[in-house]
Design a protein around this ligand. Sequence first.
Ligand SMILES: Cc1ncc(COP(=O)(O)O)c(C=O)c1O
Length: 370
Amino acid sequence: MYADDFLAAKLQKRQQQQALRSLYVPNAPMVDFCSNDYLGIAHANLLAMAEHEGSGSTGSRLLAGNSALAEATEQIIASFHDSEASLLFNSGYDANVGLLSCVPQRGDVVLYDALAHASIRDGIQLSLAKAYSFPHNNMAQLVAKIQQVQRQPYQHLFIVTESVFSMDGDACPIEALVDICQTYGAHLIVDEAHAIGIIGKLGEGLVQAKGLHHQVFARIHTFGKACGCHGAAILGSQRLRQYLINFARSFIYSTALSPHAVSTIQASYRIFPQLHQQRTHLSQLIDHFQQANLPFQKLLSQTPIQIVVIPGNDAVKKVALRLQNAGLDVRPILSPTVPAGSERLRIVLHAFNTLTELTQLINLLQTEPV
Ligand SMILES: Cc1ncc(COP(=O)(O)O)c(C=O)c1O
């Protein structure tokens, strides 16, 4: 017997709140309205297209884990995103934690969007900088916070946001953010996890699609979503790359991605820029869903992440179950992942979803008792 009784109380509390998380494997194939494989690349057998094999990198990049392959891949990524340099990380989580824990330092201030991903918050928590959130996408409040911060001395100011928010599906006002950063001398950091592959003619991401990438301090691109594989890269200056190699602990103290994984990222960069038809079909599905009349609140979103708010963990779980029983894989997002009262279905649209499948989903939601 394990001596783990001390873990029970918090689990029971979760259970009482109808918020206990568990791992779930669908027992029959379902229509995917859930994964982040927006373009269907994860099904494209990238592994077969990978030109390098090798299941292990054998060490940290600072020891045996570096390779010509990893460095060449970083050059490909930097060149595609028109960045001076890029540095691979094992995941988006590692990239955000690595960057935000070491770049902002004691005496610095970080302002981050209130809906920023857990990896951004965890990174900020590890740093010695002071940090405050600003209300989601609220530029007037951001400016007010900056002016408040400016009443005390500080060294550097960082503003951190996402180009597409993972739990709301909306985009940040990137032009306004760049303007504000220029006005107040702040460094802008943008997590492009849900924008790569989707936003921009070639899926280059929001910042680059708007031509603002030279005004941004760092961009984080992750490969586990539209890119259909795994890993992440931080884009920025050569000096930032050198700094991260020296100070980002999630880069230094972790075994590097395997040659196969790195090669798979390269394969994805050969594929996703070309998927114009897929991006067009996806945006048609997005428009169709946005126009549907539902008996629930639907958030405005021009991205594959579509949100239907159904308050209450119990209520949202029931609707999700009904959709799952009809063969549609839609997952509920419960509190405390989102604030209580804003529990939701997170419906993810993909280039491989058909209009018929989407119509079935909309019909089921329309006949759902409120
Ligand atoms: C905005 C955002 N950043 C970072 C991550 C983490 O990326 P990864 O899944 O590669 O660790 C995610 C994924 O959940 C995300 O949604």
